[in-house]
Design a protein around this ligand. Sequence first.
Ligand code: AMP
Ligand code: MN
Ligand code: MN
Ligand code: MN
Length: 297
Amino acid sequence: MDTASPRRFVDLHAHSTASDGSDAPAELVRKADARGLAAVALTDHDTTAGLAEARAAAKSLPDLRFVAGVEVSAVYEPGTMHVLGLGIDESAGPLQRMTARFRAARRERNPRILARLRALGVPVSMEDVCRQAGRAAGEGGGIISRLHIAQAIVAAGRAADRKDAFARYVGAGAPAYVAKERLAAGEIIAAIHAASGAAVLAHPVQLQCPDLDAMDALVRRLMDAGLDGIEAYHSDHSDEQTRQYIELARRHGLLITGGSDYHGPGKPHVALGRPAVPAAILDEPWASRWLADERLS
Ligand code: AMP
Ligand code: MN
Ligand code: MN
Ligand code: MN
């Protein structure tokens, strides 16, 4: 990598083994540096357990900025609404309480999914599932997700691959599906703000809004609840959608962020650093709050 030329791209959405990613936090950070990214954010679902390791790894990489993040689920019908907290201070009490609540809900949900699987004649134990995650349930504050359950179903020879396991058993609408804990968007945004983070609407395409007017109305409601930004760049977005979300963010004076939603080699069609997100978004005035912070770099 030519470190003399300024790094041009960032990736502000990625997962590690603390949630459903397959790279350890330090490994993720090393890969981001090797890709020549200017910054990477670790945004695990419902946990900040990977942040200390990732931050420590980033300390020895002078050309890579590290952004501490988290991703959680908000109440929203009929689609999926995920909110990213970027530039968070994970020691903040309200944020810790919120992520602890999400993790507690998962500890209650996972056995219910396994009970449904048992009733369907698919005996997968919590030990089987934890083996897929590479750690005990709750160990080190990491989470066990449906992804690990799907992998255990495949390992037991009861589905051809992960996608098949979701379609037949644990995906939405399938017989072993149990809905995940979600919190009101306003509550999530408040907890992120209490941790000095920016609250960003993740992958807006997954909201499945019927049109841009509906999206605009939803964004206005979220802004009333304190929303700071929109993840305009994401691996699920077409170039056209990215343009539309950038325009939407500009119209409302919202921050524009972006990332791959990388989950490691276990999800090979999503590559770290893709799509290319211009590093210039970190030069915008709003980013100074994160960049001035000693938690970064
Ligand atoms: P959870 O947060 O426990 O509901 O698990 C959601 C995770 O499962 C997502 O982050 C994906 O990694 C994975 N996932 C969800 N739906 C599918 C699917 N249809 N095929 C493969 N993986 C999926
Ligand atoms: Mn995931
Ligand atoms: Mn998401
Ligand atoms: Mn994600």
